[in-house]
Design a protein. Structure first.
Length: 110
């Protein structure tokens, strides 16, 4: 095989393969079953979908938009600011009480 004949062959590189998979999508499905004496003890169904976010939204998979751990909810920042202010107020009240109790007691007037 000469160098010129190798140049004529255009292989698919990894970037092309990933681009095609993310554009079209790839589904891997499988089942794992554990049985003992023809009695099924455990079944695990595995489904894996690999695709781009755009493709997932096209087929109706957009769970990340509504997951409360991934999306900030309305009013979250206002709630955090209110709680931080409340903590500051409580710390100031605690400091005022501790400074009032640390003063030496005033002897009673006779």
């Amino acid at each position: 095989m000469t160098l010129d004949s190798r140049r004529g062959y255009q292989g698919t590189n990894l970037v092309d393969i990933l681009d095609r998979i993310l554009d079209k999508g790839l589904v891997v499905a499988g089942d794992v079953r554990i049985s003992l004496a023809n009695v099924e003890l455990l079944t695990i169904r595995i489904r894996l979908l690999v695709c781009s976010i755009d493709k997932a939204e096209q087929i109706g998979l957009n769970w990340w938009r509504y997951d409360r751990y991934l999306v900030t909810q309305e009013g979250t920042e206002a709630t955090i600011a209110r709680l931080e202010q409340r903590i500051l107020d409580l710390e100031q009240q605690l400091a005022a009480r501790s400074s009032a109790t640390s003063e030496p007691p005033v002897p009673p007037a006779s």
